[in-house]
Design a protein around this ligand. Structure first.
Ligand SMILES: [Fe+2]
Length: 255
């Protein structure tokens, strides 16, 4: 649980039919620098970039609790943005209301690190992208446990499932429990982390520590209300422990 599995990273290749004709999206999440050592994360990032993604999304939990090695961390994450346009959303551990109970509530340190790493934080904000002649829209939400999910601000309009343009819409939202709140808006694929795939997946008991209300959504690609939801098990592990639930680099081919 501690000495082997948290370091035994699974590389998952998944196709998502979005009408985009083979765009390569690297989906990472839950790096949890401390307890995860930067050396381990650096190795995984190098490995993931060998796939040559067209763009990269990181769905939160960059840290676990108070953190200090910001310069080194920013330099490491800058490898992502040097390889391809990189976007992020925040998780519950990155500061905000929930993190206050862990002795810190300020998201500014994570925000400024992302800025230095040239990673675009989409915090209730969106961005239109064009990659190899194909357009898509990315919409990033704040974190659910921090009570910072503001879809009207993120989508730039009131609830409507009529889309603004023909391009597919990809949502970055740390916690998959936000899906119902986002359902009245137009999107095609939601990228999430947060669950760590359950982190401990036990025979008979299943995933007793799954930190979501809707226990059906654990890891992998799901079809939900004519949309797709992808939950990656994430790279890091709380308490550096995993059982029957390897950490994950997710390679999504948007076909
Ligand atoms: Fe996490």
């Amino acid at each position: 649980m501690r000495f082997f599995e948290p370091w035994w990273v699974r590389e998952s290749h998944i196709s998502v039919p979005l009408g985009l004709g083979e765009l390569k999206l690297l989906h990472l999440s839950d790096l949890h620098a401390e307890p995860m050592p930067l050396g381990f994360l650096r190795e995984q990032i190098d490995r993931a970039l060998a796939w040559n993604p067209d763009f990269i999304c990181v769905t939160g939990d960059f840290i676990t609790t108070k953190y200090e090695r910001w310069d080194e961390y920013a330099a490491m994450l800058a490898k992502l943005s040097a390889a391809a346009p990189t976007f992020a959303s925040l998780g519950n551990h990155d500061g905000g209301r929930w993190a206050r109970f862990h002795g810190y509530s300020d998201t500014s340190l994570v925000r400024s690190m992302l800025e230095r790493a040239n990673i675009a934080l989409l915090h209730n904000a969106q961005e239109r992208l064009e990659i190899r002649g194909r357009a898509l829209r990315l919409v990033g939400l704040g974190d659910d446990w921090a009570n910072e999910v503001e879809p009207v601000r993120a989508f730039g309009r009131g609830p409507s499932t009529v889309r603004d343009g023909p391009e597919p819409v990809i949502v970055l939202s740390h916690n998959p429990d936000t899906k119902e709140e986002l359902a009245p808006f137009a999107w095609d694929l939601m990228l999430c982390g947060h669950t760590h795939g359950g982190q401990l997946s036990l025979p008979v008991l299943g995933e007793p520590f799954l930190p979501v209300r809707d226990k059906r959504f654990v890891r992998g690609l799901y079809r939900w209300e004519s949309r797709w939801i992808h939950i990656t098990a994430g790279l890091g592990s709380l308490h550096k422990a995993r059982f029957n639930c390897r950490p994950e680099i997710s390679y999504l081919t948007l076909t």
